[in-house]
Every structure is written in structure tokens, then in C-alpha cells.
Design a protein around this ligand. Structure first.
Ligand code: FES
Length: 456
């Protein structure tokens, strides 16, 4: 890439890259466990080894190292091997296929003129002028004087989703209920771990909480600025905000210690179903704006699922069974079974993102996502039709199914080894290999699908 970065004493290569705006995929948050942050160093004999089961002796000799464990004491040249995000956090736009973008444009164009306010909708806030001053009315609350306001400003609101992986901010007209603009980015807390449990651990010290809370607030404010720019709105026009998110994300955004969420009896520290001043979340909106947090049911049943259920008209009233599913990095489900409501959640992301798969990765350009076979040939398709760099969750399911169909994996999950080629076409048989003693199937370049258990 031709970039030069000045490193700090004792700093890891991963952290130095991060400071320079290059975020390596590192699900274990730099603990040397996941093996995802591999780089290749030049002149490897001059630098420490970073042993890991996913680095073979040949790779090690060729200079492959874990960036999170590498703390060089002299100038070093590294080549990036693993998935990374440059100039952080702006992946969603870039990850869409061109076709999708066009389809999205088409949808926007088609639906924009037809958008109407939902039935029964009325503005949540009202601004009136009296005695030369502007007053803000929320339902059932005392009017508040608006210090910053202009008579020509239409009031705006925000719907915010703080996902474990992704942040989404939508600007809404509080006059017409129309969505004016939406922006999304990666949750910058990803640098401190990809799942909820690691975020709880990371935010359980005052310094950690400050970092996690500060970076998500900064990420949200960037998106707020973006939607305001996009729709010629001033941040001061935003008077009402709703934030959905799992309990951990909400507490971190509010600067509340998440540590009790990580141990019995899993005590929730944020009060929900009520409104807060926007300053509580450090949002760059009108200083008089309020922030509503939908009900949190439990440490692991957060305002993300309750917000979802609140907009699913009929979920609670239906006399049929209704299942609501929200699959994110943290996945939630709600079931209304004849009037009895059950809810649960689990960490879904690490399974789908291939965290524990040697060539696994998030769904991004270059991830294997589809595998086709007629039993004789095998065809791979990656996201964006780019050279294959990793296998995302849907790719893992597809290749397992394809190899099962071709008889390369049997019903017990055992994978054929090199030489066990009975009945296989020659070009498929040639893909059977071994990686560090494990049976493997070669996909492309350095991407393999491997057997986890050794069969002796
Ligand atoms: S091994 Fe380096 S981030 Fe996981």
C-alpha cells in the first residue's frame, strides 16, 4: 500500500495499523487466539515468531505473523494478508453490489412519492412561539424553552440502532413522518472485540468504559452529521431521538458500567421505557432534545427486540402463533404462542461470521458466499465476484452441503483425505489436501475448508 507508519515503543503492529486507519479483522481483540490478524513480514529472521495453529511452519518461515502479537523493535515492512477495513467503519455502502445499489435507487425512486404517514400517526413534538420565545411540547411533559431555534426550522427526529457490529442512523421529519436520510457504519467498538461478552469485559473498567462509550458516541455523531448534511438539516433541528440496541450497547452508549451484565444475577443498569436528556448520550443534536429508550426486558433481551416488536403490528394481539426473528451479531427471537410471549437471544454473529473457521470471515467483498455443484463439478461464487479471500457464514453452509453431495464429506462429518479419490472427477480430487495434518479442501489461493478433528 506504500504507507509508512511511525510506531510507539511496545506497540503491536495491529495497534499501529489501527492508529493509521487500517483495522485488521481481529475477533479476539488482539489476544492471539483467533489467528485472523495475520500479516507477512519482510526479513522474517529479524522478527519474533508468533506461534498459532493456523500458521504452518512453511508460512512462519515465509514471514507470516500475528499482527497483534508482533511488537517489533526495529523498522519492519509488513504486507496485509487478512481482511481489513481501511479508513475505518464505512463498509456498508462499499459492500453492496452495484446491482443492489441500482435496485436500491429504483426502490427509493419508486417508493418515495408514495410514502405516507402511518395511520393514526401524529407528531411527537410540537414547537410554538410565545412571547418572542420558542417552546417545545412533548406529549404529557411540561413545555421546555428552546434556547436554540429558528422559526423556519421544521423539527426532525432520529431513529438510531446501535448494533454490536453496525450503527444505523435515520433522520425523520417530525412533520410528515418521512425518512429523510439514512447512514450506517461499523460500530467502532469492534476494535475492542466483536461480541457482546468481550464488550462487557472491555467496558468493565473506568478507562475501558470511557473508550467504548467515547468511540460509539463519536461514531453516532459522525452519522448524525452525515444524515444532516445529506438532507440540508442543522443538528439543532433534531428534537427527538429513539435508540434501539441490546442492553450492553445501550449501557455502553450511556456510559454505564456493563460489568453486572456479565455475571449472575445479570443486573440491568439502564432504566428503560423512558426518556433522557440527549446530553446523557453525548449526541450532537439540539440541547433540548430527548432520547427515548424502548423497554429493556432483561440483560440479554434489550431495546432492539422490544423496538422491533412494538412496530410489528398485531404481534401481541394475534391469536395465531407469531415468531419475530432479528438475526444480528447478537440474535433475538420473540414468540407469541397463543398469548404467551417468550423471548430469547444468543450470540449469532460469531457463528455466521466464521470466527472460529481458519479461512472464515465476515460477509464482505471477496468472501465465498455460494457454492454450486451438480455432483461432478464445483463452482464458487464470491461476494462482488472478487478473488476469494475468505468464507463467510453462508459460504460455510454452502460448501458443507456441496461437499456432502459430492461424497467428500460423509454423514459423520469426516472429510476425505488426499488419495481417497474414488469416484471423484480429477479436478475435484486435486483439491483434496492436508493443512497442518488436517484434511482440507482447496478453494482458491490461501483459502481452504478444513477438517477440525484429526482422524487417525
Ligand atoms: S490473533 Fe490477533 S487479533 Fe486474534
Amino acid at each position: 500500500m506504500g504507507e509508512s507508519i511511525e510506531m510507539r515503543r511496545g506497540e503491536s503492529v495491529r495497534d499501529a495499523l489501527y492508529r493509521a486507519g487500517i483495522e485488521l479483522d481481529s475477533p479476539c481483540n488482539g489476544q492471539g487466539i483467533c489467528g485472523k490478524c495475520q500479516v507477512r513480514v519482510e526479513n522474517p529472521e529479524l522478527f519474533q515468531k508468533t506461534p498459532h495453529p493456523d500458521i504452518s511452519p512453511e508460512q512462519e518461515a515465509a514471514g507470516v505473523r500475528l499482527a497483534c502479537q508482533l511488537t517489533p523493535r526495529k523498522d519492519i515492512t509488513v504486507h496485509l494478508l487478512s481482511a481489513y477495513t481501511q479508513n475505518a467503519y464505512r463498509i456498508l455502502e462499499g459492500q453492496r453490489y452495484p446491482d443492489d445499489r441500482e435496485a436500491e435507487e429504483g426502490r427509493r425512486n419508486l417508493t418515495a412519492p408514495e410514502r405516507k404517514s402511518p395511520e393514526g400517526w401524529r407528531p411527537a413534538v410540537r414547537v410554538t412561539e410565545a412571547g418572542g420565545r420558542f417552546w417545545l411540547y412533548y406529549d404529557g411533559l411540561e413545555p421546555r424553552q428552546l434556547i436554540v431555534w429558528h422559526k423556519n426550522w421544521p423539527p426532525r427526529g432520529l431513529a438510531i440502532d446501535i448494533g454490536t457490529t453496525t450503527l444505523v442512523v435515520t433522520l425523520i421529519s417530525l412533520d410528515t413522518c418521512q425518512e429523510l436520510s439514512t447512514a450506517s457504519s461499523m460500530n467502532p467498538q469492534g476494535q475492542y472485540g466483536h461480541d457482546v461478552v468481550r464488550r462487557i469485559q472491555g467496558g468493565s473498567t473506568p478507562e475501558g468504559l470511557e473508550k467504548l462509550s467515547g468511540c460509539v458516541r463519536a461514531g453516532l455523531n459522525e452519522l448524525i452529521d452525515e444524515v444532516c448534511r445529506d438532507s440540508q438539516t442543522r443538528n439543532d433541528q433534531i428534537l427527538d431521538v429513539v435508540i434501539g440496541g441490546n442492553t450492553t450497547m445501550l449501557q455502553l452508549a450511556a456510559g454505564i458500567d456493563p460489568e453486572p451484565l456479565g455475571r449472575v444475577p445479570f443486573t440491568v443498569g439502564i432504566e428503560s421505557g423512558l426518556t433522557y436528556p440527549s446530553s446523557r448520550f453525548g449526541l450532537s443534536v439540539n440541547p433540548a432534545a430527548r432520547v427515548y429508550i424502548p423497554p429493556v426486558v432483561h440483560a440479554y433481551i434489550g431495546a432492539d427486540i422490544s423496538a422491533g416488536l412494538l412496530v410489528c403490528q398485531g404481534f401481541f394481539e394475534s391469536d395465531q402463533s407469531v415468531l419475530f426473528v432479528d438475526v444480528g451479531t447478537n440474535g433475538e427471537m420473540g414468540l407469541n404462542a397463543g398469548g404467551k410471549c417468550l423471548m430469547t437471544s444468543t450470540a449469532a454473529g460469531p457463528a455466521f461470521e466464521g470466527m472460529n473457521i481458519s479461512s472464515g470471515g465476515r460477509a464482505q467483498i471477496g468472501s465465498l458466499e455460494r457454492v454450486y455443484t451438480n455432483g461432478l463439478e464445483i463452482i464458487f461464487k464470491s461476494i462482488g465476484n472478487a478473488p476469494i479471500k475468505s468464507i463467510c457464514g453462508s459460504g460455510i453452509i454452502d460448501i458443507t452441503a456441496a461437499l456432502l453431495k459430492m461424497g467428500i464429506i460423509d454423514g459423520s462429518g469426516r472429510m476425505r483425505r488426499p488419495g481417497e479419490t474414488d469416484g471423484l472427477p480429477a479436478d475435484v480430487a486435486a483439491r483434496l489436501c492436508e493443512i497442518n495434518g488436517r484434511a482440507a479442501f482447496h478453494i482458491e489461493d490461501e483459502v481452504y475448508f478444513t477438517q477440525e478433528v484429526l482422524y487417525l
